[in-house]
Ligand binder design. Sequence first.
Ligand SMILES: [Zn+2]
Length: 444
Amino acid sequence: MTETTVPPHLRYDEIRRAACADLEAFDKLTPDRAAELQLGRLRESVAHALTASPHYRRNWAAHSGTRFDTLDDIRKLPFTTKGDLRDAYPFGLVAADRREIIRYGESTGTTGRPTSAVITYEDWIRGNVAVERSVSHVFGPGDLVFIAIPYELAFASYDLDRALEQAGAGVVAVGTLSRVCPFERMVEMMWTVKPTGLVCTPSRALRLYDLLKDSGRDPLEVGLRTFMYVGETCSPAKLSKIADLWGVRLSNAYGSTETNSLGLTCAEGSLHLTEDRHLFEVIDPETTEPVADGHPGELVLTSLVSRAMPLLRYRTGDFVTVRSAPCACGSPRRTLDHHGRVSEQLVVDGRRINKLALEDIVLSTPGSGLYWAAGVTGAGLEIRVEADGGDPARLCSDVAERVAAAIGITPVVEPIDRTLVRRAMDRMLKPGSLTLEDLAAVAS
Ligand SMILES: [Zn+2]
């Protein structure tokens, strides 16, 4: 066999070396040079999508002559939506030969019909290498890391497994959805196995803390050192509670089912966008007009190197702020703050309230506990909050006052029933977005 006929899965070392070199070279570029490289990759990626992906070939034929002189020319193209992904299910967006596909996954389907994701071996390794470099800032030999995110149909958990192994850390694949390792068993294992790292949603980290504490054990004795939160956005107030309770340092990663990792943490702890592999825009979700760096909006991405499933101007539905201030790590890649899903905003009297901003106000109120929920009813904005041992009535009035002062809307605030919270959270895949409806559903 000549080198070119050797299939990718038999060329791991070579593909890995190329991916590492590419990543390192990108991080040494100036922002201008990085943009030039992105422009070249953009032209190739659009051409590939419009010829090889059935969805784009069929629906975007009118755009095949589009010229890209600058990155802003991306705006000449229409958007790809979640609805397009659902309509294209399962293979309508696949631009690679079936023989090149080495992994197939699907969304959890929590919000409507599922969407699919496929990847080639080279893209998979390229992603692995980026995650490996990021996790190696916080995990290494001697670490034993509990990965408590879904394994069924997922990419992210396996991506992390491989990255951690390559970084020299040990992996415990506890998952989240399996009957083999429910919460109770995971808590027992944390106590006996003593992991140094935990990867899960912030809400699960709180729930695990709760279960240990309730069984009369001190969670600090587990000896957890690092908590990597994924899969759910979280306010600074909630994160700081988690860090204090567990006595851990925090790390973060951001991604989606369709794309794998999109944001990875550097040695300085900033969450950098994967701009070597994606072109990112931020738009006003209502008008779709571009939003400048430093201002919040919806994240839109275009894949630059994905061979299996190129996505052009895909509206992620994630509400973010992208910042271009240089990071001390020297990378030209911009950084990201995630404010939750665009759809997760509460609308009160025509005003939009960001749920994470509200969470930050509620959970930073002195005397607040771990849990809260909010919703809009006939009475307006309603908040439920847990007291941390103090006077619940006092806490409720303090929360109402602080919310009114911050956003100009006076909410109805009542204590939350912790038993209901637990019952509701255990039924949810993403318990961070707990609503009044979720509580009502488990109350009867
Ligand atoms: Zn950095």
